[in-house]
Ligand binder design. Structure first.
Ligand code: 26Q
Length: 835
């Protein structure tokens, strides 16, 4: 086994040489762009900030494309260099990160900062009496993701650029993202997120010279001892590149997005007969592949489209990767030595199968050689332990959609099970459990089993998650392949989540430590030595207050609620899911409301509870929680007896750019999942990096954060994963908590009585009654300790100096959670291993 074969290189110092020339052309280019778009101003189709946005993006694109070409040329030289690797050094490899989701957010702020053009931009705008935010906020988010997994992929692209890793991200180009969340009468309503309207994204580079055919359906033929797939239909895959720069690095990374297009034109005969819609059927069928990203609970209806989308992404990407490899290397038998193909969860798990098909059917390798190359190339990250989230597909769907892929899966399974049988001759149940085909009901392909068998490395995303993964869902595989499993704890890019989102705090850290932390986040640890510095503490809280004012203004604008910037901003923003326990948060709010009404003159710490997040469209419980947040807000916010000391706000349509305003303004970060169920969390890291304190369970990356920061500087509560398992094994009785805890009884009774749904007392019955019955996510068991932790939060907030000290200790502990460290760990533990 060889290690360290994926190069990560610091940026050459050429930046200083290049930037002055960029600056000098910026002026002219911008003026030219503005002139070219003068029509837009004249007919007022676009307001001037939109014109500025396009002009600035166009200027950035010139430099980005230059850097892109230079990066590709460097990678080519590196990957084709003739000299033999030194002893212990393996040949370099290119990393291909395949993901159904990339939650990129906005690009202009990042590009201006990375190219060193932000000051110039500000100066230009000043002449038009505009502030940078006036323009930056006009950009629509590229929201092509569900949540954590998609945002992680975007943070990784940022770090790939920072570290100079030879790489490509590959994803679908959804025209409508997932959905835009509207709130109507307190209920979530989904609308298409038409992010490309009005001329498309200025950041895309269309690459017409690259085009592939992706097949569907049909049959498999044998000729000359070879199998050959004859698809019934094909669609074209077109390329849209998205270039990602990073400050201080001349190197850029690429997100290559695929758009499906019909191979043929319209059916002219049908058209002439007047059957216009039918004449365009093929075009529409191809186009549907581009429409939307499925939310993570998708119901069976429409799921076939998801499998088609996954195959489309995988097939187009693999053809592109293989073609590039052949162009550069002129041979196919060293594919796995030169290429990594990383699966972001099982969504692109067809990759090893499509690669086998290309290597054997198209490029003529024998099975064993093809498998050796495939196994070297593939690695896989798991992001969830929830059994219902593990992807499986009915065999019949494969038969009709991907017959050759099914054959290959059967052959992989056959060889794998033979091997298991040899090693465990009498364990028939083991064979049943690990088979790539689930035979327990309708026969289904298990995508996680396929990914594990194909990959040479499998990782979880936090220490706890990786540990539970090999003890629970993948225990059999961990026994069979003990060296295959590893951990890489998640991280977030400090460029977006601190430097861009919180320039005030970043400047303060510069003052205190110098600017070197911007390249090496570990240096933040030096802040700990200054944690008790009162002056610094006050400065941090001053920055926080300014950020809170900005968020307060946004809240008033968006939902019309006026909040007190001196109240404690208590925030939970993330996808709405029962295991994340937004309901527990609301139960605390209700308990607090009751306690305040019982003792209105006590010295309550003023609080603003802020929630945001989307519920999957078919997930009824999650949608009920969104509605409850609005119902609770309506009652609490209107109750004059509270004298504005408690407010509840739900911000609609949670997004990356909303998070960039929310995270820097939070005092308290709620990370309260049932222990053992949140694989990692990454919002937890963004909050702490911005000086919020965490109230959280002993779950996911919260644990490693607590270890890095000092457990006493977070508010940890609740049962731990092993205690949860134990309570369940003993026969958990949630009703006992209801009977013994008057506050909890008050909350549950109020919900069932309809205190928050006047005129409709049954509204929350189906949400609340299961809590008394089985309480799958153990809200009742953790309620009391959660309230205890919340009291500690209040107590600490009364002493601003002590709060500020802890905020500083939180920031100081976050160096480890940069995605630069995460990507280095991937290189070291996964992408450099050539089995
Ligand atoms: C599966 C099948 C069909 C349709 C959709 C899906 C699907 C889509 C998205 C299943 C899961 C997801 C997303 C999962 C996700 O975002 N997981 C989060 O990943 C983060 C990054 O590792 C972690 O920090 C979070 O803890 C984890 O919940």
């Amino acid at each position: 086994m060889t290690t360290r074969s994926v190069p990560t290189r610091p940026a050459p110092s050429a930046r200083r040489r290049v930037l002055p020339s960029v600056r000098s052309v910026f002026h002219d280019a911008l003026d030219q762009q503005l002139l070219r778009r003068a029509d837009g101003i004249a007919d007022a189709r676009r307001s001037p900030p939109d014109v500025w946005l396009r002009a600035a993006a166009a200027v950035c694109m010139g430099e980005l494309e230059r850097r892109w070409a230079a990066t590709q040329a460097e990678d080519l030289a590196l990957l084709t260099r003739k000299r033999a690797p030194a002893r212990g050094e393996a040949p370099p490899r290119r990393v291909h990160y395949l993901s159904m989701e990339f939650l990129m957010g906005r690009a202009l702020g990042n590009a201006l900062a990375a190219l060193g053009l932000d000051d110039e931009f500000r100066r230009h705008l000043a002449a038009s009496k505009l502030a940078p935010a006036d323009v930056l906020e006009r950009e629509r988010d590229a929201a092509l993701g569900n949540g954590g997994l998609g945002r992680l992929a975007a943070c990784f692209l940022d770090s790939f650029a920072m570290l100079g890793l030879p790489s490509f991200g590959y994803g679908p180009r959804y025209e409508y993202g997932m959905f835009a969340q509207k709130i109507v009468d307190g209920c979530q309503v989904e609308e298409p997120d038409d992010w490309l309207r009005g001329g498309g994204s200025p950041w895309e580079v269309r690459r017409p010279e690259l085009q592939y055919e992706v097949g569907f359906g049909g049959r498999v033929e044998s000729a000359d001892g070879r199998r050959r797939w004859v698809p019934a239909k094909t669609v074209l895959a077109n390329v849209y590149d998205f270039i990602v720069p990073a400050p201080g690095s001349e190197r850029v990374s690429t997100l290559r997005q695929w758009r499906a297009r019909a191979t043929g034109s319209i059916d002219f005969e049908l058209f002439c007969r007047g059957e216009h819609v039918e004449a365009g059927r093929e075009r529409i069928e191809a186009d549907i592949l581009n429409w939307v990203l499925y939310p993570d609970d998708s119901t069976p209806a429409g799921r076939e489209l998801r499998l088609k989308q996954e195959h489309f992404l995988v097939s187009a990407s693999l053809q592109d990767i293989v073609q590039r490899h052949l162009r550069e290397q002129g041979r196919i038998d060293n594919f796995g030595d030169k290429n990594v193909i990383h699966l972001n969860d099982t969504h692109p798990a067809l990759a090893p199968v499509e690669l086998m098909r290309l290597l054997i059917d198209v490029h003529g390798l024998d099975w064993d050689s093809a498998w050796a190359q495939t196994h070297k190339a593939i690695s896989y990250t798991n992001h969830t332990l929830l059994p219902e989230a593990l992807e499986t597909w009915p065999v019949w769907m494969f038969e009709s959609l991907l017959p050759r892929h099914l054959e290959i899966i059967y052959e992989i399974n056959h060889l794998f099970l033979d091997d298991v049988r040899r090693r465990h001759p009498h364990d028939h149940d083991l064979l049943r459990r690990v088979s790539l085909i689930d035979e327990s009901g309708e026969r289904r392909v298990r995508m996680a089993a396929l990914s594990i068998v194909a990959a040479h490395r499998v990782n979880g995303v936090s220490q706890l998650h990786s540990q539970l993964m090999v003890q629970s869902i993948f225990a059999d595989f961990a026994h069979l392949f003990p060296d295959r499993f590893t951990n890489v704890t998640n991280g977030v890019t400090p460029r977006r989540w601190l430097m861009q989102a919180n320039p005030g705090l970043a400047a303060l850290i510069d003052e205190q430590l110098g600017a070197t932390w911007r390249r090496d986040l570990d240096r933040l640890h030096k802040l700990a030595a200054h944690a008790t510095d009162r002056r610094l503490g006050r400065a941090v809280m001053k920055v926080k207050r300014a950020n809170k004012l900005r968020l307060a203004a946004l809240i008033e604008r968006e939902v019309g609620v006026r909040v007190d910037p001196d109240s404690l901003f208590d925030v939970q923003v993330k996808r709405v899911h029962e295991y994340k326990r937004q309901l527990l948060n609301l139960m605390h709010v209700i308990a607090r409301y009751h306690a305040m009404l019982a003792d209105p003159d006590a010295d309550w710490v003023p609080r603003t509870v802020i929630l945001s997040g989307k519920a999957a469209s078919a997930y009824r419980a999650a949608k009920a929680i969104v509605r409850l947040a609005h119902d609770v807000a309506a009652v609490v916010n209107a109750d004059a007896r509270l004298r504005d000391r408690l407010k509840v706000v739900f911000l609609p349509n949670y997004s990356v750019s909303l998070a960039e305003v929310i995270m820097p303004a939070a005092d308290l970060s709620q990370q309260i999942s049932t222990a053992g169920l949140e694989a990692s969390g990454t919002g937890n890291m963004k909050f702490a990096l911005n000086g919020a304190l965490t109230i959280g369970t002993w779950d996911g990356a919260n644990i490693e954060m607590a270890q890095a920061i000092g457990e006493e500087h977070l508010f940890v509560f609740g049962l731990r994963a092993e205690q949860i398992a134990q309570r369940r094994a003993e026969g958990y009785q949630p009703r006992a908590h209801y009977e013994h805890d008057a506050r909890l009884r008050g909350v549950i009774d109020a919900l069932l009585r309809g205190d928050f749904s006047a005129g409709d007392p049954g509204r929350y019955r189906s949400l609340v009654e299961p809590l008394l019955d089985h309480d799958r996510y153990m809200l009742m068991a953790d309620f009391d300790d959660y309230l205890r932790a919340q009291r500690e939060v209040d107590a600490l907030y009364r002493t601003p100096a002590r709060w500020a000290e802890k905020a500083l200790r939180n920031i100081a502990g976050m160096g480890h959670f940069s995605s630069d460290r995460t990507v280095r760990d991937y290189v070291e533990r996964i992408w450099s291993h050539v089995p």
